[in-house]
Design a protein around this ligand. Structure first.
Ligand code: MG
Length: 339
């Protein structure tokens, strides 16, 4: 019979030690983690980026990824879109009793592989077992370092005339989770991926000045871009005809009446930079493993004079028919829990 997690695995005693040794240290042990001290001691730069995120996706495994890969990528991507080099992660596991040990091992292995791919080390962690029905929740925090003299991208740097680039197709992760849940016949692969190769190449290119970057997560492109428009006080316009969408995802979304603009993706981001640099940036992004479908989808039309402007900070979509409509952030809940 498949071995399962029981409450005693979270007792802090012998079974907890065994679980940590056999699952987590086995998967991603390193010098720092294996010291098993109360806190990891690591080397950082003068300025660091620091972020945290929790992951509650169901199902735990899906085509193209699992909750472990997602938990590493989500935190890594939040660091690298701020222009930092992701270095260290913490991993906190809240495990419901009944979770199959084999599944937990496979998720820990997936985290190890993804961390190696992203060049980060998981240096500290925690495990709790709660009553339940075989569920799993993971929190990851991450630290990224800044090489000397590196500029920090942020929405306050966005300027009129900037180009808006998206690094690949929209909605893949959302469609993957939904198709798994609906047990639909065709499998759609999630795009969950670390974006640090893309961000590092952009940040290290002397002729590129990235103004702002954001990874596109659960609210989809429309949510992330309208947040950026709002916080920068800029009017951003994107063209429907330019949006990259995988054929299968488009068909799947159409069938269910979903708008790909609000569908989550976990391996794509938005890059905003001066228009004159857009072609060079596209070349760089397309040379990366997770950037081959990068395109310019729009531009920053104007920067408002201040909060009194009626149109301060909004996102416009030019539809394929030439009409324009305002897009807002996602309202309510993007179903189902996809991250
Ligand atoms: Mg983010």
């Amino acid at each position: 019979m498949e071995e399962k997690i029981i409450m005693a695995h979270g007792s802090g005693g012998k079974l907890t030690s065994e679980l940590i040794r056999e699952v987590f240290s086995e998967a991603y042990g390193n010098d720092t983690l294996s010291e098993m001290e109360d806190a990891a001691v690591v080397k950082v730069s003068e300025k660091i980026a620091y972020t945290t995120d929790s992951f509650v996706v169901r199902p735990l495994q899906y085509p193209g990824g699992d909750i472990g890969r997602l938990a590493v990528c989500g935190t890594v991507n939040d660091l690298c879109v701020r222009g930092a080099v992701p270095k260290y992660l913490s991993a906190g596991f809240i495990i419901e009793e009944g979770l199959e040990l084999g599944l937990l091992k496979s998720i820990a292995k997936s985290m190890a592989e993804t961390a190696a791919e992203a060049g980060v080390r998981i240096v500290t962690g925690d495990t709790k077992v709660i009553e339940g029905n075989g569920g799993l929740y993971i929190n990851t925090s991450g630290i990224g370092i800044y090489p000397e003299n590196r500029r920090v991208p942020g929405t306050k740097n966005i300027e009129e005339g900037d180009a808006v680039i998206v690094t690949g197709t929209l909605g893949d992760h959302h469609a993957s989770i939904l198709s798994e849940r609906l047990e639909s016949v065709g499998k759609i692969a999630s795009d969950t991926a670390p974006l640090c190769e893309v961000t590092e190449k952009l940040m290290n290119d002397e002729s590129i000045t990235v103004h702002a970057m954001r990874d596109i997560t659960r609210g989809g492109l429309a949510t992330v871009l309208s947040e950026m428009a709002e916080s920068s006080g800029c009017e951003i316009e994107i063209k429907e005809g330019k949006l990259p969408v995988n054929k299968t995802v488009k068909a799947f979304a159409g069938m269910l009446g979903l708008d790909v603009l609000y569908m989550g993706t976990e391996g794509k981001m938005v890059v905003i930079l001066p228009k004159a640099q857009a072609e060079r940036a596209l070349g760089i992004i397309r040379s990366c493993k997770y950037g081959e479908n990068a395109v310019v989808i729009g531009e920053v039309i104007k920067k408002s004079g201040g909060e009194d402007s009626a149109n301060a900070g909004r996102l416009l979509l030019e539809t394929s028919l030439g009409a324009k409509r305002v897009l807002t952030q996602m309202v309510g809940e993007g179903l189902p829990r996809i991250c």
